[in-house]
Design a protein around this ligand. Structure first.
Ligand SMILES: Cc1cc2nc3c(=O)[nH]c(=O)nc-3n(C[C@H](O)[C@H](O)[C@H](O)COP(=O)(O)OP(=O)(O)OC[C@H]3O[C@@H](n4cnc5c(N)ncnc54)[C@H](O)[C@@H]3O)c2cc1C
Length: 493
């Protein structure tokens, strides 16, 4: 995948996709597989928005049963099965324990009932049916759990993935099929006549200035920025602008405290469902869910978020002895949820909607990572309506996503995740990584591990500079920025 801005400026595309998160990437791959001429631009790095800041689960959404979102659960479990089939190297089953204690808001019998419904709605496509574990078996499986008042646990499966990497793989496949994609290119305006957009104006943040991209249909897949991008096309008619009620979600990374299972549990402070997940050589804990009104580009964990999550971990794993100084790093993201009347952030719908503005702008609002493939299919079908032709059949449910990782060779720079110098070289040469953060956070996953600190980042910067000596200045500056951000994302800084 090469950054070819003249191909963007010179072509006339069927679709211009705005946003290189998982929805944009999924739409680009779907449309390219159907033979459409596709362009995609991303204002920052690919997957730098919500699509690298999720809990990294491809899940049926057990907790949505409480909101009676049965259709969403059925849809999600169906999509989870498809993603396991087309990308088994990325979407892996993860065993979970759901421990239940005396006094929890949802008793064990209710959780079992819910899990039975979860299996049924999945039409038994869950990686394995759930089982009930006795307290003794629960503690034998995860010995660090609090034994006091433990009633037992439910053992079940969902799937885990690397959200940023999976997104980049979708983009790489789209590009291999002919899509022209570029990161660090922001859409700043549209040129339109009578509600029909002819071109989008794009600013290249790596220095090539401003240019226009012409297309017949425009897809606004800007996630938390979807309202802002839709608003670039005046005049707005009430009702045809997407409306969000975004919420912030925080995760913290701790030293490993579990064996091999994810733990899904009822928070002791407010009864919300929380996750403790194995992640690289760490434990990932999440997530908070609070209203967010600021700039989506400036979201981070604050002290209260970290203390809330740590308190939950300590009450479930009383002997872990973890404090804020043990936190390896934190990350935060914005859920671009549809606006609803529900005031409680955790109860807001994870459904999506596709809105048309003017003649030829489609915007996607809401949704979740798990259902990206289906949402992309619906968006491309809708885009055919704008193009005025019958939709070619969607092929994404049956077409494998290639494994783009290079054959491992040469120097190994980290063990868990296992990363080689060749991964960094490929990121620079084939995957449009231009900063240390692009490589650490979104190509290799190093940023969310014990290898995420300055020592490995400096090593990565040296390999990048060898691969692209002409960019030495930019890479050096990006190393400094990465190290500052690493410090900011640790509590107490
Ligand atoms: C804390 C948290 C946990 C979550 N956990 C899960 C989970 O476990 N499983 C699950 O299924 N879902 C989960 N989700 C939801 C999931 O992450 C999102 O639904 C999904 O990532 C949204 O993808 P997107 O492509 O719409 O948005 P994004 O990934 O944000 O992509 C939009 C992109 O558009 C770009 N953009 C914006 N404006 C412009 C412009 N003017 N020009 C060019 N580009 C622009 C942005 O830079 C951004 O990269 C979670 C979300 C959060 C916040």
């Amino acid at each position: 995948m090469q950054r070819n801005l003249s191909a963007l400026a010179d072509g006339v595309f069927d679709l211009l996709i705005i946003g290189g998160g998982i929805f944009g990437g999924g739409i680009a791959r779907d449309a390219a597989l159907r033979g459409l001429r596709v362009a995609l631009v991303e204002q920052h790095d690919f997957a730098s928005g919500t699509s690298s800041r999720s809990s990294k689960l491809i899940h049926g959404g057990f907790r949505y049963l409480e909101q009676r979102a049965f259709a969403l659960v059925a849809e999600s479990t169906r999509e989870r099965r498809i993603l396991q089939d087309i990308a088994p190297h990325r979407v892996r089953p993860l065993p979970f324990l759901l421990p239940v204690y005396r006094g929890d808001p949802r008793p064990l019998w209710l959780m079992r009932l819910g899990m039975t419904l979860y299996d049924v709605l999945a039409l038994y496509r869950n990686p394995a049916a759930h089982r009930k574990f006795s307290p003794a078996r629960t503690l034998a499986t995860e010995p660090g759990l609090d034994p006091n008042n433990l009633r037992g646990a439910i053992h079940f499966y969902d799937c885990q993935e690397d959200d940023a990497r999976f997104c980049i793989d979708n983009l790489l496949h789209a590009a291999a099929l002919g899509a022209v994609c570029a990161n660090y290119c922001e859409v700043t305006g549209f040129s339109a006549l009578d509600g029909k957009i002819n071109s989008a104006t794009v600013t290249d943040h790596l220095g090539a200035g401003t240019f226009d991209i012409r297309a017949r249909a425009f897809i606004n897949a800007a996630g938390p920025w979807v309202e802002r991008v839709a608003g670039l096309l005046p005049p707005a008619e009430p009702g045809d602008l997407p409306r969000l009620s975004p919420t912030k979600g925080v995760h913290i990374l701790l030293p490993r405290i579990t064996q091999s299972h994810g733990i899904f549990f009822q928070g002791r402070h407010d009864g919300r469902m929380l996750f403790i997940l194995p992640w690289n050589d760490c434990t990932m804990v999440g997530t908070t869910d609070t209203d967010f009104k600021g700039d989506p580009a400036d979201v981070r964990a604050d002290t209260l978020d970290v203390e809330y999550l740590l308190a939950e971990v300590r009450s479930l794993f009383p002997n872990c002895g973890l404090t804020a100084s043990d936190v390896i790093t934190t990350f935060a993201g914005i859920r671009p949820l549809l606006r609803s009347d529900t005031s409680a952030p955790s109860a807001r719908s994870r459904e999506h909607s596709i809105l048309r503005r003017g003649e030829n702008l489609l915007s996607i609002a809401g949704g979740k990572y798990t259902t990206y493939r289906l949402i992309a299919e619906q968006v491309v079908d809708a885009a055919y309506g704008i193009l005025g032709s019958r939709p070619a059949p969607c092929r994404t449910a049956k077409t494998s996503l290639p494994d783009f990782r290079p054959a491992t060779a040469g120097e190994r720079i980290a063990e868990n995740p296992e990363v080689f110098a060749s991964d960094v070289t490929q990121a620079v040469g084939e995957e449009m990584a231009s900063s240390v953060e692009d490589v650490m956070r979104r190509r290799t996953g190093l940023a969310l591990s014990r290898s995420g600190g300055p020592a490995v980042a400096e090593h990565v910067a040296r390999i990048m500079t060898t691969a692209a000596p002409q960019d030495a200045g930019r890479i050096g500056a990006s190393l400094r920025a990465y190290c500052e951000e690493w410090d900011r994302n640790r509590p107490g800084n």
